[in-house]
Structures are given as C-alpha cells and as structure tokens.
Write a protein that binds this ligand. Structure first.
Ligand code: HEC
Length: 202
C-alpha cells in the first residue's frame, strides 16, 4: 500500500514538473507534445520564396488576365473617361438612395480633410494640413463628373486615391454628393421654388 502512495506522489510531482505552473511568463519555447498548427508552411508578405524560380513570394498577376470583379464593360463607369477625355454625367441611377449612400461615404472618407460642407474647413486643417482643396470652389464646380470621379479613384497631388476603399458605384455616389455640396454652397435665391422665395421674403 505504501508503494502505491509513493508512486502516486512521485507521479504528481513529475506531472507538475512536466506541465509547469500555468500562467507564468517565460521566453523559453514551450514543450510541444503535438505541434498542431503552431508552425505551418506559409509565406509572409515580401518574403523570399524557394519555390518560385524568380524568388518572389508575392506573385504578379498573370499577364493578359484580369482579376475577377475588376472588369467593367462600361468604360466610363469604371474610369470616368470616354477614350482619353473625361466624360460628363452619372453612369449610375441618380436617386435618393445614391445621394444618401454618397453622403454616408463622404462623411466617412472625405470629411476629415475636406470638411462636412466640402469647403476644406476640416479637422486635418486645424492640425496644419493647409493644402487641402475646397471642393465647393468654382474651379472644382467646373470639373466634369468624370474628372471628379478620377480624383476619387486615383487621387491627385498630395491626395491618395480611394480605389481600394470605395467600390466603383460608391465613388460615383460620393461624386454625386460632392455635386450636392457644391449646389448647396453656391446656391442663389433662383434655386428656390417661388413658394419658398415668398415664404422667406426674397
Ligand atoms: C487625408 C486628407 C484627404 C482626404 C481624406 C481626402 N482628400 Fe481630397 N484632397 C486632399 C488634398 C491635400 C488635396 C489637394 C491635392 C493637391 O492639389 O495636391 C485634395 C484634393 C481633392 C480634389 C481636387 C483635385 C484637383 O484636381 O484639384 C477633389 C475633387 C477631392 N480632393 C475630393 C476628395 C473626395 C471626394 C474625398 C473622399 C473620397 C477626398 N478628397 C478625401 C486631401 C484629402
């Protein structure tokens, strides 16, 4: 009987020694009985590859192919251009849904720099970014819709493009909302209905 106790005690001590106290911090690698998925063959971005002949882990797109979901029959819809020239008009349904979506995306992605009203009076300006464009300026009112779309897609000067954050449709929705901001900032009493003018005494 005594041996049973002895073996049990030695066994328990052995087990504690093997598994160690939980919750302590150590820099030593843990004992791995089953390595599971701790180490798996995978490539890190920009790492060297022993598999591909050119040694790159990041693969270039196969020549002559287009990634799924990035081809649009309508060239103007995708680029804002007809051939080389920027086009005019909206290749999306211009309705309240498009405007609401544009406002939503504008407030997320653009207002930090261009201001909620589009006039460039924004948070980043307060912190010293003084070159941010005033979107309701006549210079940009005179831009064609395609030209504005191109700035949103590809960026311009100091501004980065939003192609990776806004879908093609959303870029147009944002341009639509920028047009609304421009109308709002440059409105005159002639934009009001006669009834509204009378109500305001103009
Ligand atoms: C991080 C700040 C920042 C954000 C966010 C930003 N912009 Fe800009 N944007 C700028 C700056 C700075 C310029 C001036 C670029 C220059 O002329 O170098 C500019 C210029 C522009 C212009 C004028 C380009 C021209 O040809 O003069 C348009 C139009 C514009 N932005 C639209 C947008 C829209 C729409 C969004 C949202 C999708 C957006 N921007 C988001 C900083 C920003």
């Amino acid at each position: 009987m005594r041996y049973v106790y002895l073996v049990s005690i030695v066994g328990v001590i052995g087990l504690i020694a093997l598994l160690g106290p939980r919750g302590s911090v150590t820099t030593r690698p843990p004992i791995e009985v089953f390595p599971d998925m701790d180490r798996m063959p995978k490539y890190h971005p920009q790492a060297k590859s022993a598999f591909f002949a050119d040694g790159r882990t990041d693969r270039l797109p196969v020549e002559g192919t287009i990634a799924r979901g990035t081809y649009y029959e309508d060239e103007y819809f995708a680029t804002g251009k007809n051939g080389e020239a920027f086009g005019k008009g909206f290749p999306i349904d211009v309705d309240n849904d498009a405007m609401a979506r544009g406002e939503d995306r504008y407030n997320i992605y653009c207002s930090v720099c261009h201001g909620a009203a589009g006039d460039g009076d924004s948070m980043t300006k307060k912190y010293g970014m003084l070159t941010v464009a005033n979107l309701v300026d006549q210079r940009l009112v005179d831009y064609t819709d395609g030209q504005l779309y191109d700035v949103v897609k590809n960026g311009k000067g100091l501004m980065l493009g939003y192609a990776d954050r806004l879908s093609v449709e959303d870029r147009w929705n944002v341009v639509l909302y920028v047009r609304a901001l421009q109308r709002a900032a440059n409105g005159t009493k002639d934009d009001l209905t006669p009834a509204k003018r009378e109500e305001l005494g103009l």
